[in-house]
Design a protein around this ligand. Sequence first.
Ligand SMILES: C[S@@+](CC[C@H](N)C(=O)[O-])C[C@H]1O[C@@H](n2cnc3c(N)ncnc32)[C@H](O)[C@@H]1O
Length: 335
Amino acid sequence: MSGANCKEVDPRKEEEEEEEEEEMVTGMGSYKGKVRMVRGDPSDEMMLLWGLQQPTFSKPNAFVSQSSLNLTLDACGRRLSISQSPSSLGAPGVTGSVMWDSGIVLGKFLENAVETGLLGLQGKKVVELGAGCGLVGCIAALLGAQVILTDMPDRLRLLKKNIEDNMYGDVRGCATANELTWGDRPEPELVEPLPDFGTVYLPDSSLVKAPLSNDLAEVYKEVVIGSDVIYSEEAVTDLLDTLVELSGINTTIILAGELRNGNSLRCYIRLLLKSVTPLVRVDVIFEAVGCLADAILEYFLEAAMEEFMIGRVDQAGWHPDYRSPRVAMYVLVMK
Ligand SMILES: C[S@@+](CC[C@H](N)C(=O)[O-])C[C@H]1O[C@@H](n2cnc3c(N)ncnc32)[C@H](O)[C@@H]1O
């Protein structure tokens, strides 16, 4: 058919748009916002992420000053004051003695999601992994959660100090620190659900222990959070073991990770092979070089997909003032 008002429909474009829509889901676990499902080959996810965000064009650590002894951030109606220990950063294995951008992004994401009704943390049990200086867990406690901030045993001193310094006055929830090294068996209090559980049925007739509620997102009573915890290939298996140990059918995991430069050629080669343009353009190469970064994130996603459904929260769903092309945010729930 032809005519001035009839646009020709490109079936390939339509198909792509349909596929795109299929990947978007509203609501995953306790998060009621939109997520883009991560399915299939995780290298496609990495390419999409790098293509969309182009992280190498923006400055790393835009929201933090890692050389300062103190970092302040306004959240939940108060000014949080987080002590840092920049001099410890050089010590082997020490990364949590200062704040990282994805921690600020995750903390402000939680605040924004609760304020806009996309997430409820009131009365929920939250376990933070690799809490470092403790900012994110403190924000979760101010938002009403019962938070256990965890890290390796020698990291707890600074964590406890920051909890004490910031959890004063009217705090809707509570925060405590506990040691947890990934891959080790977590203490029972980290795994056990809160005691006041009733029983509800999900639409697929599976039985879930949770307080009676009409709100399906409320069925998910436990939340595990972590910022910048996916950065070491050796630790990925242990981290995943811990995520599995801590997860039940009513657990939602929210992770924010940083996109960094890495050293794998895999992604580069894949991107070139999959490039739809016959000529290899400079921007494709640039993107590909960036992709080298995320061999570890890709490895994590690939392994995590065996146990979890994974959705990425696009930047549009984050706090408007705390969006960074260098950060990616994922929600995971058990399959
Ligand atoms: C890059 S820091 C991020 C700290 C904090 N979440 C933030 O965003 O500022 C990584 C954190 O993970 C912790 N971590 C690394 N390996 C760990 C392990 N095997 N078990 C437990 N915690 C670990 C580190 O001690 C550190 O606090």
